[in-house]
Design a protein around this ligand. Structure first.
Ligand code: GLN
Length: 233
């Protein structure tokens, strides 16, 4: 096995706003579960990296074209993506859910979406799910580049609902982001993993997995999640 080149700084793509996994704090620094995990794993394994907040879809495309070495962005380990990328061991369980405006008492189920617009985020599992039921429930999809824009479209009343990952929606609602859940429950989804280009970055992937295993054993992985989600996360 070859050692990582001396002085190598891995370029890691991420989303722009996907709290509690990656988001900017008051000083503009990128924080969150993914950011803390990457930092702790790099420290444990002794490699250097740079975070590139490109947006989710752009980060995945940058990985595909080799402009970044890896992506950590609450990225679901799906069978389709496994054809293009190698994934780490899973580090967080997720799923997709619908959310509506806080004061909207009309939109309670998918049936209420008929003839309406629904906001989604390009390149995500939430988009895929909404698309898969759009015909049956007769709604139109409006795509956005990031979660903040998607939520704003719902809050502004252009779209009546949006679909995003359950842990992200739940965290946002808890922070008072102006959305609420409906009578629809979350749809089971794939867990999150760290991705590298298929067959291209075995060294980085091995270090991520080794570091993740060490953090799970030491309790650091649980501490990172609890720092954002509270006790028992
Ligand atoms: N988990 C979702 C996916 O992989 C969304 C990720 C994101 O928006 N950052 O498609």
């Amino acid at each position: 096995a070859s050692e990582p080149a001396a002085g190598k700084v891995y370029q890691i793509g991420t989303d722009v706003t996907f709290a509690p996994f990656e988001f900017q704090d008051a000083s503009g620094k990128f924080v969150g579960i993914d950011m803390d995990l990457m930092e702790a794993i790099a420290r444990d394994q002794g490699f250097r990296y740079e975070i590139k907040p490109l947006g989710f879809n752009a980060a995945v495309q940058a990985l595909e074209s080799g402009q970044v070495d890896g992506v950590i962005a609450g990225m679901s380990i799906t069978d389709e993506r496994k054809l293009k990328f190698d994934f780490s061991e899973p580090y967080f369980d997720s799923g997709v859910i619908m959310a509506v405006r806080e004061n909207d008492s009309q939109t309670r189920t998918y049936e209420d979406l008929r003839g309406k617009k629904v906001a989604v985020k390009t390149g995500t599992e939430g988009y895929r799910y909404a698309e898969s039921i759009a015909g049956e429930y007769g709604f139109t999809i409006v795509p956005f580049d990031d979660s903040a824009q998607m939520y704003d479209d719902v809050k502004g009343g252009n779209s009546v609902a949006c679909f995003d990952d359950f842990p992200v929606i739940a965290y946002g609602i808890q922070q008072g982001n102006g959305l609420q859940l409906t009578d629809e429950e979350k749809v089971a989804g794939a867990s999150y993993g760290f991705a590298v280009r298929k067959g291209q970055n075995a060294e980085l992937l091995r270090m991520f997995n080794d570091g993740l295993a060490n953090l799970k054993n030491s309790g650091e992985h649980a501490r990172i999640q609890e720092a954002y989600l509270g006790e028992g996360a």
